[in-house]
Ligand binder design. Structure first.
Ligand code: NZQ
Ligand code: ZN
Length: 391
């Protein structure tokens, strides 16, 4: 286990009717709020009304900026930064999923950054110049990205369709309201994409080359089994509070950095996926169910025993298989079967993507980087091979 420092100040307010607490929480940090949301699901399911009521009860001034799309765009972030400056806003409230939260974090960072906000995403060394951001709060409506208590924000620049991330403590939300009831209205495909993303956050952390990380291995395994069991149940009974609650809490813990304490995660599959959702605008979780099986096939030899442990403990692959490769490939088949059962794609062809742009995507993935991934450090040619395995 390597040395670590764990810090996560996001207050989690979990349970039924918790949206009513948003206003009070905001009052601790600010008075003039940017209310940020997406394409209207929050109005259709009543979350917006509950939040606005809570803001009004606290006497908070607010300006709205809606229209965040999945794979959130830099142009709206820029608009948000201007709106905050013009109206002297001192708090950003994200009501929605990972895309809205990431857009809110980018706005919050951009208001306080002296340069252009995109610089931070293209050159992460510039984050040293970002010492503070406007405080951000979250009312979460989809368990998926884990952005509600993460250090990350992922934004897509429409000029060139580059999708890039920042990771910095200054954008960790001050609080996140997690009401599992708000996820009842999710379309089945979004529920599945969310579960795929949560599961991917767990795998990215699990596949480390660091030895002696048994405690965090076991915590991750517990979380993985929770998602594997509950996600199909959420598809069957969308209004089952207990099932939705398991997924929502597991999704936050999957990505709040507790589970990567003492270890170095991989994250190659995320970078490889971001090129797909950046170029083709598909859901991030769907891109991950395509990339992960291919990534596993390409890298498992780097530490086959870690894959065997995963196969046995998470997918119950029978110990009696004599051949290590057989165990790994049996596990990959079971993972793919779970994705398929959830209605997710497992090949690029499942989402009508051919080989035309895979070379370009592999090269683009290297822009501003020397490699991706840590389990095996991958360069453009490796990524190209992984895309080929995913065709
Ligand atoms: O726009 P609206 O109308 O709200 O609809 C959204 C959107 O179309 C809909 N939705 C959300 N909650 C709903 C709902 N529909 C009905 N009922 C509800 N309760 O779902 C669609 C997807 O929303 P989005 O916010 O895009 O989903 P998600 O949370 O999966 O976020 C994906 C983004 O997060 C990034 C991804 O790359 C992607 O851009 N990620 C962010 C991370 C982070 N900041 O830590 C880490 C992740 O690995 C990920 O990369
Ligand atoms: Zn993700």
């Amino acid at each position: 286990m390597i040395n670590f420092e764990f810090y996560n100040p996001a207050r989690i307010i979990f349970g039924k009717d918790t949206e009513s607490q948003a206003g009070k929480q905001i009052s601790k940090f600010g008075k003039r709020v940017l209310l940020h949301y997406g394409g209207g699901s929050v109005k259709a399911n009543g979350v917006y009304d509950k939040v606005v009521k809570s803001l009004k009860e606290e006497g908070l001034f607010f300006v709205e900026l809606s229209g965040v799309v999945p794979n959130p765009r830099l142009s709206l972030v820029r608009e948000g930064i201007e709106l905050c400056k013009k109206n002297n806003l001192d708090f950003v409230l994200a009501v929605g999923g990972g895309s809205v939260i990431d857009s809110a974090k980018a706005i919050a960072a951009g208001v306080r950054y002296s340069g252009d906000v995109w610089e931070l995403y293209m050159d992460n060394s510039k984050l040293a110049g970002l010492t503070e951001a406007l405080p951000v709060g979250v009312v979460l409506t989809i368990p998926a990205a884990g952005s509600e208590s993460s250090t990350a924000s992922v934004i897509t620049n429409e000029e060139g369709w580059l999708k890039r991330a920042i990771n910095t403590e200054v954008v960790i939300p001050k609080f996140a309201v997690l009401n599992p009831e708000s996820s009842y209205t999710l379309p089945a495909y979004q529920t599945a994409c969310g579960a795929s993303d949560i599961f991917a956050h767990l795998m990215e952390r699990y596949f480390t080359q660091e030895p002696n990380v048994d405690f965090t291995d076991r915590l991750i395994e517990a979380n993985m089994r929770t998602i594997l069991n509950n996600a199909p149940l959420a598809l069957k009974n969308p209004n089952d509070y207990n099932v939705r609650a398991e997924i929502m809490w597991a999704g936050a813990v999957a990505h709040n950095n507790l589970l990567n304490t003492g270890r170095i995660g991989d994250w190659g599959s995320h970078d490889i996926e971001h090129e797909i959702s950046g170029a083709y605008d598909i859901a991030h979780g769907a891109g991950l169910s395509i990339v992960f099986p291919a990534w596993m096939k390409y890298v498992y030899k780097q530490n086959v025993d870690k894959f065997i442990q995963f196969a046995m403990r998470v997918f119950n692959v029978d110990f009696s298989f004599d051949d290590k490769e057989k165990i790994v490939f049996e596990m990959i088949e079971r993972l793919e079967a779970w994705y398929v059962r959830m209605g997710l794609p497992i090949r690029l062809s499942d989402v009508n993507i051919g080989s035309e742009r895979i070379r370009e995507m592999a090269d683009k993935c290297m822009v501003g980087r020397t490699h991706v991934g840590n389990f095996q450090k991958l360069k453009a040619d490796d990524i190209y091979e992984i895309y080929k395995l995913a065709l």
